[in-house]
Design a protein around this ligand. Structure first.
Ligand code: ZN
Length: 486
């Protein structure tokens, strides 16, 4: 029997607001432990929470970017449970009236892992539906040591979005693409840096398997503690195999929560979920319900005004404005920082496609698109112009690029320093071309007889004489001119 996986993801995203969700304490990663605290986020008796308007606007903005319906009215609820990392013994969240409903994440090819980008599933353009996005507060961060545990309350009360997907994901690669595409949008909107290693984006994975053709879902397992996008892929691969193996051996699947152990490459049981928790949700009596549709401007209008150009629109604009290939536009649009960098570089370059070529085909071959490019964009413009004007050839341009990244010097300076300048000196080339014509009477005769390809033999002589340093375009021009004059 063939089996298929059914996957849904719950993603928690920390919003990059200046202050926490319900108080004025700093929302900052990596501050000295237990220093960003006040009676509100410590849950002291009598303290009153006040919702953070920016956090609400950023959540609405996220919803708009993902095509969600924005609720005109919503409220905050208390989710009651007892745990050491939660000082109030309840978490302020949204239960039955979330800010955003529906929406989708489109899985574009470049969001898939590199090794499967050419496979049909990466080219199909599938969309994953969203159930909802709600806003809540984060809990404190606990660290467990050998015999004791420590709790840092700096994180308690910081704004946290929960983005819940429908169980539309079918493979570990689609889960990878979903998270990559989602992260890209969050960064585009400037709502979060979404760095999984810093815990700014955290993912709980729900996965079950069922025989192909069966409509009912299998028993769901939740996998926690997965802290990178590629680890989600690895965890799912392991978990799906494990569940299929169990199903084939008629081992009943328990509904449980498992932990992903990345170094060991396996999931291990954490706790079983015999029944759903009773969180005794009720509306938080300290916080008024929200209207997103009234006021001038309303919360919705403010969020709409902050809508950025999204990846798809950017891709289309880059292609139209700069005459780039579909692939180059996609690569640039995939990283908002890289596309900004490109546009600055292109502004100073005569041939915009040449800049994209050196930035994507050469620079990105040795660097990651997420990292900051180590030289100013003007350098890429200068490099492209040197090539475009025939002062250096393609091979030299690649060399200059290498030096430029290593030495952080402008391409013009490097061309002089490395003695590449003379090769574009047409005077010197004219002389070598004369020699080449004199040394190739046969080639000249063929050329004159109409065999234009014969020019290549003469060109080869020039390239040899200049040890490949001459610009082929310039040689072509000189030779054609000289041969015509013979
Ligand atoms: Zn506080």
């Amino acid at each position: 029997m063939e089996y298929e996986a059914v996957i849904g993801l719950e993603v928690h995203v920390q919003l990059n607001t200046r202050t926490k969700m319900f108080c004025g304490c700093k929302n900052e990663y990596g501050g000295a432990q237990n220093t960003h605290l006040c009676p509100v986020c410590l849950g002291l008796p009598g303290a009153l929470p006040v919702p953070n308007q920016t956090a609400i606007e950023k959540t609405i903005l996220t919803g708009l970017m993902l095509g969600c319906h924005i609720a005109p009215r919503c409220k905050f609820d208390r989710k009651n449970y007892f745990y050491a990392d939660m000082p109030k013994n309840y978490q302020i969240s949204q239960y039955d009236q979330p800010l955003c409903l529906g929406g989708e994440v489109k899985l574009h090819t470049l969001a898939f892992p590199k090794d499967v980008q050419k496979e049909p599933q990466a080219l199909a353009g599938k969309s994953i539906r969203l159930t909802r996005i709600h806003l809540e507060e984060d809990v404190a961060k606990s660290s467990h040591y050998e015999t004791q545990s420590g709790i840092d309350f700096n994180r308690a009360g910081t704004p946290l979005m929960e983005i819940v997907s429908e169980a539309d994901i079918s493979t570990p690669e689609e889960a990878f693409a979903y998270l990559s595409a989602l992260k890209q949008i969050l960064i585009y909107g400037g709502v979060s840096d979404a760095d999984m290693e810093k815990g700014q984006m955290r993912c709980d994975v729900n996965v079950s398997v069922r025989p192909v053709g069966q409509k009912e879902f299998g028993t769901k397992v939740e996998v926690k503690n997965v802290n990178s996008i590629s680890a989600v892929r690895r965890a799912l691969r392991y978990e799906i195999d494990r569940q299929i193996e169990n199903a084939k051996g008629n081992v009943p699947q328990k509904q449980e929560t498992r932990r992903w152990d990345d170094p060991k490459g396996q999931t291990t049981p954490m706790r079983s979920k015999e029944q759903a928790h009773d969180y005794r949700y009720f509306p938080d009596p300290d916080i008024l319900p929200l209207r997103t549709d009234i006021g001038s401007p309303s919360l919705l209008e403010t969020a709409k005004a902050a809508l950025p150009e999204l990846p798809e629109a950017k891709k289309a604009r880059l292609t139209a404005t700069y005459g780039l290939s579909d692939y180059h536009s996609s690569v640039l649009a995939a990283e908002v920082g890289l596309s900004l960098y490109y546009e600055k570089a292109a502004a100073g370059a005569k041939n915009k496609a040449v800049v994209a070529n050196y930035l994507i085909n050469e620079y990105l071959a040795v660097a990651s698109a997420e990292d900051e490019v180590p030289v100013p964009p003007e350098y890429f413009a200068e490099l492209a112009n040197l090539f475009d004007e025939g002062k250096i050839n393609n091979r030299q341009a690649k060399e200059v690029l290498g030096f430029m990244l290593a030495e952080k010097k402008a391409p013009g300076v490097l061309v002089k320093e490395k003695g590449m300048e003379q090769v574009s000196d047409t005077g010197a080339l004219e002389k070598i071309c004369d020699e080449a014509i004199a040394a190739n009477p046969r080639g000249v005769a063929d050329y004159k007889a109409g065999k234009t390809a014969a020019v290549n033999a003469i060109k080869g002589f020039v390239m040899k004489a200049t040890k490949g340093q001459a610009n082929p375009k310039v040689i072509d021009e000189i030779l054609v001119r000289k041969l015509a004059a013979l």
